[in-house]
Design a protein around this ligand. Sequence first.
Ligand code: SF4
Length: 269
Amino acid sequence: MTVKILVPISGGKDSQACLKLALQQHPADQVRGLFCDTGFEHPDTYAHVEKLRTLYGPVRIDTVCAGDVLEKSKKYGRFPGGGARHCTDELKIQPTKRYCKALAQDQGSSIASKKRGIQGSEAGGFEVWYGMRSGESPEREARYIGKVCDEVYAPHEVLPSKYPKYLAALGVQFRLAVLDWSEQEVISFVGLHDLNPLYLAGFPRVGCFPCLASGDKWKEKAFGHDAFGAGQHAKVIQIGAQIGKSVWTSKGGKARNENNPVCELVCNT
Ligand code: SF4
């Protein structure tokens, strides 16, 4: 059966809402999830992605893994943060691009058929339902200004610097299915009991554990959360020593955590 809707799954609530919405509107065999594993997720997130395979009825979710966050930090000699999001680019955007291209071609899409006037899913193309929301941050609001939930866009119209025009030529279209939803609307739609448990533990965002590009207080919270977080802390300190960089970016974060790294490591592991 031809895939008509591809939903990039992060383990977070917005992509979960997109998956649920897609499965309400399309037969499950026309919907597929795609999980880009960064090798740096919490076990609760991996378990949650597993749960999503059956939560709304059986649906195929493919996993792709193009390395891990710490390996990328070593490769670039720095942790993600500021303008540097080498991890997002190499572990999420590039693998998604490759996956979309391969799926469209597998389904019979070609630039030649587009030129002959056969478009979208008729030519093997499909929609990618991304769970971005304008309300998430002022940057996202500015980035998606003028876009609406119900329209489809060429990938390069949504993220011009990230997605090439050839995807549109293969019939791949993006839909920002929950773009104007509030956080509360997403939670109500998904249901508190069906959220990734990390939300209930007080983490407002789910992705890497922790996202190394996030603020120091979230890194501290994750590293102190449980044994897994403590293990992540130990790994990050080790890589930081190898590349000569600190994972802490704020004055307070450095003051709290860099004064006695040996004690810090022992106390948190
Ligand atoms: S969640 Fe953070 S650390 Fe993980 S890939 Fe995205 S920017 Fe990088």
